[in-house]
Write a protein that binds this ligand. Structure first.
Ligand SMILES: [Zn+2]
Length: 99
């Protein structure tokens, strides 16, 4: 399997095409729209030779309007309907200019 991995800051993740929504809602972070990057991956002892990274089982997500990366279990992540959040500040239900 040739997974596509990318870097975001000092994090590395594997792209998952099934996570293709613009924004996601995350359990216990209800008021904020998140952008899911993909599966968190880390190097193991073989990575230097194989170039392959190993999934941790968690996903990387970036808070809307911010660029800090958080990790969440995949079952905490739900896609948001288009227009359910504010494109300006990333908050769900924000009144200013959201569409
Ligand atoms: Zn807003």
């Amino acid at each position: 399997m040739d997974a596509i991995t990318r870097e975001f800051g000092r994090h590395r993740y594997e792209v998952d095409p099934t996570y293709n929504a613009d924004a996601y809602q995350i359990e216990r972070h209800g008021g904020i729209a998140w952008h899911v990057l993909g599966w968190e991956v880390v190097a193991d002892e073989d990575t230097e030779w194989t170039g392959q990274y190993v999934r941790t089982g968690e996903m990387l997500a970036v808070m809307g309007g911010d660029d800090s990366v958080w990790t969440f279990p995949p079952d905490a992540i739900t896609p948001l309907a288009e227009g359910a959040y504010c494109g300006g500040c990333g908050q769900i239900g924000c009144g200013h200019g959201g569409r």
